[in-house]
Design a protein around this ligand. Sequence first.
Ligand SMILES: [Zn+2]
Length: 162
Amino acid sequence: MNIDKPTLDRISKLHPSVRGEVTELINDINTDILTGAAKVRISEGYRSFDEQNAIYAKGRTKPGPIATKAKGGQSIHNYGMAFDIVLVINGKDISWDTKKDWDNDKKSDWMEVVEYLKKHGWSWGGDWTSFKDMPHFDKKGYTNWRELIKYPKDKNGYIILK
Ligand SMILES: [Zn+2]
């Protein structure tokens, strides 16, 4: 399988309904789409409400720059229905370069990943109109936290889908 350990760990904490498909998508991208030095890694997946609130506090009640506009429950990450990507170059260096073409197919590697995920059921934060979140993807159909916050949850804290 063409998926690194950090990515597998993060997939294992996504909402149970998307783990299989995300595993397949990342494996397919790293096998067939990105054929050069760059591979995709999931850098962020599920975040609990408490973890989200801790990030929200930065730059407000805690030191540091503001890192998010979402409180606990207001991010799709809080439901395990979102993930962020980075590129890993030669298995070690991390890159957020959205332009570079490491596999020499005249398309930026970042945008190849975006195109593939959008085609396979995920919406991209780079398409947002106000603040663009280039590494971010939400599961289509689950992009509105105001809806997700109403769902009942199972014993592990994941929302129970209708
Ligand atoms: Zn994100």
